[in-house]
Design a protein around this ligand. Structure first.
Ligand code: SF4
Length: 139
């Protein structure tokens, strides 16, 4: 009989329960540490395919700030996170952008969209544009 022990930190709520699981032939036979049913669902999802909401930033021009905060509108496979971050690093947006505006639809072949998590107005003299001008003069 193949017995295995695994440890998980539940990320469903801020309590972050530390969950110990014993598996026999890949099936959960005991679970300790979860304070609610959602912990069990979290563990079974982790065993099947770990999923995470990605929060990051994307470059934006013509706004007060140089980076716009974004997130996926649903969890995506954890194994795709670095690929998605690399893809988002190649994007440059132009202000204005509205909160919940879809930046990328169906990111990395998933059914999740990357959306803006705040409004970013267009400004006439963005701080990042000033820095660009100074560095060009100094160069
Ligand atoms: S097991 Fe329940 S209480 Fe614990 S972190 Fe997960 S969702 Fe929160």
């Amino acid at each position: 009989m193949n017995v295995e022990k695994k440890h998980f930190t539940c990320v469903i709520c801020p309590l972050g329960c530390e969950i110990d699981v014993e598996l026999q032939n890949g099936k959960v036979v005991s679970m300790e540490g979860n304070k609610c049913q959602k912990g069990e669902e979290f563990v079974s999802q982790e065993l099947e395919e770990a999923m995470r909401i990605l929060t990051t930033t994307v470059s934006i021009k013509g706004a007060k700030w140089a980076m716009l905060p974004v997130r996926t509108d649903k969890p995506i496979p954890k194994r795709l996170l670095s690929k998605v971050i690399e893809q988002l690093a190649t994007i440059e947006l132009h202000a204005p952008v509205r909160m919940y505006h879809v930046i990328v639809k169906g990111i990395a072949g998933t059914d999740a969209n990357v959306v803006a998590t705040r409004n970013m107005k267009k400004v006439n003299h963005p701080k990042n544009a000033k820095k660009d001008l100074i560095s060009r003069k100094e160069g």
